[in-house]
Each structure stands twice: as structure tokens, then as C-alpha cells.
Write a protein that binds this ligand. Structure first.
Ligand code: UDP
Length: 195
């Protein structure tokens, strides 16, 4: 996909359907991939956080989340067909998940929230297989246990809601060890799903 450099962050110009197809291919691939959903706030963060900027520029796909990102791209002369919001992208992946027998793990948000998001996904997408949940409030000493929990659940899709940039940094650090073919930082998605 054509990329546009917005304040140093390379964002792909693509449609939601193209983002969904790419994500499905990553899940089928069996090697770890990271998708980041770049809104204006994340891009601004990256201008003063070199580690975040590097993670975004080495991620397998950075999609244009938010009207600000689409506007900036068009302003810079690269046509963005549409906004690819992280929330909508994962709902599309959930819709495909039962037929493709995907295993999905919800990591992050406050205690109880990911459980409610799981119940909502099970109601909206009958047959979906959420293979594990874990809240996003932990200390260093809990990390090995969390990694073990995710590895044992063997997800095809790991969604991490720890806020920006914590989720991108955590996923980038651990994705190889976790061996999950697709990880996505999803910010407030579980909170929205939990209602
Ligand atoms: N969160 C978490 N652990 C943390 C910090 C935040 O699990 O240490 C969760 C928080 O409960 C929320 C999600 O991360 O569900 C996204 O937080 P926020 O909306 O503040 O982040 P943003 O997406 O705006 O960066």
C-alpha cells in the first residue's frame, strides 16, 4: 500500500476492506505481526517518543484511525480512501472469526471490563471464540504469568488495550515470545464494547 509520512510516522493509505484482508492474511501466516491504528494523538505522541515512532515505522501495518489522520494525509497530497478505525477493524475481524475459527484473546482495560467486552462479542458474533481475558493493570512481577496465560491460550489474534503508547511498546517487546500471528493495540475498544 502507498504510505504517507505524517510528522515522521508512515501511515498506509488503504480501505477498511483492504485492512481486513491484510489482517486475515497475517492471522493465517503463523508468524508474529503488529498492526497499529494511528490517530492524531498517537502521531503527536510519536513526535516526542522515539521508541514509539520506531515501533510504528517497523509495524507490519499502520492504519489511518481518526479524521485527523485522514485529513493530514489528504493535505500532504496522498489520498486516503477512508478512515480505518481500530474499533471498526476489530468488529470486522470478529464478524469473520466464527467461520474462520479464530482464537481471540482480550488483554487490557480495568478488571471486569474485558469480561463484559467478551460477553458483548459473544452476543453480537455467535460462535466467536474468545480464548482468554486478562485485565491491563499489572506490575513487573505479574508479567511472566500474563505471557504464560496468553501463550497457553494460543490466540490467532491478541488485542491489547493498555492505552497509547503502553500497548504498542508491550506488544512490540513480547510479540516474538508470544508467537501470536496478529497483535493489535486497541485503546478504549473494550470500554466501548462493555458499554
Ligand atoms: N489501561 C490498562 N492498563 C494501564 C493503563 C490503561 O489496561 O496501565 C486501559 C484503560 O483501562 C483503558 C485502555 O487502557 O481501557 C485505554 O486507555 P485510554 O483510553 O486512556 O488510552 P488511549 O486509547 O486514549 O490511549
Amino acid at each position: 500500500f502507498r504510505k504517507v509520512n505524517i510528522l515522521g510516522v508512515e501511515v498506509s493509505s488503504l480501505t477498511m476492506q483492504e485492512a481486513v484482508s491484510t489482517a486475515e492474511a497475517f492471522m493465517d501466516s503463523k508468524t508474529p505481526h503488529l498492526i497499529a491504528t494511528a490517530n492524531a494523538e498517537m502521531i503527536m505522541n510519536a513526535t516526542h517518543d522515539e521508541e514509539l515512532k520506531n515501533i510504528l515505522n517497523t509495524a507490519d501495518l499502520v492504519v489511518p484511525d481518526g479524521a485527523g489522520t485522514v485529513w493530514a494525509s489528504n493535505y500532504l497530497g496522498v489520498d486516503m480512501p477512508e478512515r480505518v478505525a481500530g474499533f471498526d477493524l476489530v468488529q470486522n475481524l470478529f464478524a469473520n472469526a466464527p467461520a474462520k475459527k479464530r482464537r481471540i484473546f482480550f488483554f487490557g482495560s480495568a478488571p471486569g471490563v474485558a469480561e463484559k467486552a467478551k460477553a458483548k462479542a459473544e452476543k453480537d458474533f455467535p460462535g466467536i471464540n474468545i480464548v482468554g481475558v486478562r485485565n491491563g493493570y499489572f506490575s513487573q512481577k505479574d508479567e511472566a504469568e500474563i505471557i504464560e496465560q496468553i501463550k497457553q491460550a494460543k490466540p490467532d489474534l491478541l488485542l491489547a488495550a493498555l492505552g497509547v503508547p503502553k500497548q504498542e511498546k508491550w506488544l512490540n517487546t513480547h510479540m516474538k515470545e508470544l508467537g501470536c500471528p496478529l497483535s493489535i493495540g486497541v485503546g478504549g475498544t473494550f470500554d466501548v464494547m462493555a458499554g
